[in-house]
Design a protein around this ligand. Structure first.
Ligand code: PLP
Length: 285
């Protein structure tokens, strides 16, 4: 695989980053995951905009312009022959060659930027989406700036492991009795023609897929209610699903051992998945 690190395209085993990098020492960095369909980038501008916002919130500069970033994404897709898959991008604060809690001088410290591709044929025609996901709930003990897409992913990783141990696919996190989001996705329930999902705030990541899916849902006259919901309400819903750049719309068929409806992906989630993939293919760049 050819990867990108700080301006260079290199074989993955020749790419290096300093051991003093604050991304490595302190999880002081942000990331984006953009999907690739038909060799093209899905919602590139949404991801580029959120990257700028995350960097801004952490007082980090953006090492690349939108055009430069687009060029690097496209070049990696080309060099690695990706038709369907993901591009991972990470920007960390870099280092001044030592370890200190205070941020190093931004004038003399350059951020580290790394991109690599993940080849994933079957991203669109995903067998897991035909089955639907089985979910457990766990307490949300993350920090309170979940709107910033930082690389502090230890707790979400542990959540995935808890789900695996319970022979499930993923975990939804719950805070003060209400679902915040999934370990790596936004969470929704469906009642009749109504889609219910938590409103945007610092409590959840502002999903790029969420924005697009809610727009498509409105276009086909579905109703959207942005409010908190509990696990009990979700277990009693007609359907549930999650959204993310890497799994698009993923139906949920079971929550904490309770089967939703018939235990198969529901019509709303299936329809939104179809519309999302079709429309995003058309708009990919
Ligand atoms: N919420 C969390 C915690 C995530 O990690 C992600 C994606 O990684 C999402 C939501 C979905 O965001 P997006 O649709 O931009 O991929």
């Amino acid at each position: 695989r050819t990867v990108y690190v700080n301006g260079e395209y290199l074989p993955e085993n020749e790419a290096t980053v300093s051991i003093f990098d604050r991304g490595f020492l302190m999880a002081d960095g942000v990331y984006e995951v953009t999907s690739v369909l038909d060799g093209k980038l899905v919602d590139f501008d949404g991801h580029a905009r959120r990257l700028s916002r995350s960097l801004n919130e952490l007082e980090m500069g953006n090492p690349l312009s939108r055009e430069e970033l687009l060029e690097v994404h496209r070049e990696l897709v080309r060099l690695n022959g990706i038709e369907e898959g993901l591009i991972y991008l990470q920007v960390t604060r870099g280092s001044d060659g030592d370890r200190d809690f205070a941020f190093p001088d931004p004038v003399t410290t350059t951020p580290t930027i790394v991109l690599f591709t993940q080849n994933k044929p079957g991203l669109a025609d995903n067998p897991a989406a035909r089955e639907g996901a089985r979910i457990i709930s766990i307490e949300d003990i993350r920090w309170h700036r979940r709107d910033i897409k930082t690389v502090q992913l230890l707790y979400p990783s542990m959540g995935k492991m808890m789900a695996k141990k319970a022979d499930c696919d993923d975990a939804w996190m719950v805070e003060d009795g209400f679902v915040t989001e999934g370990t790596s996705n936004n969470a929704y329930i469906v009642k009749g023609n109504r889609i219910i999902t938590r409103a945007l705030s610092n409590d959840i990541l502002h999903g790029i897929t969420r924005t697009a899916v809610l727009r498509f849902a409105r276009e086909v006259q579905m109703e959207i209610e942005e409010r908190n919901f509990t696990i009990e309400e979700a277990q009693d819903a007609d359907e549930a699903f999650t959204t993310s750049a890497s799994a698009f719309v993923m139906p949920v068929v079971e929550i904490d051992g309770v089967t939703l409806g018939e235990g198969v992906p529901g019509p709303v989630a299936r329809r939104l998945r179809e519309i999302y993939i079709e429309e995003m293919r058309k708009a990919a760049v």
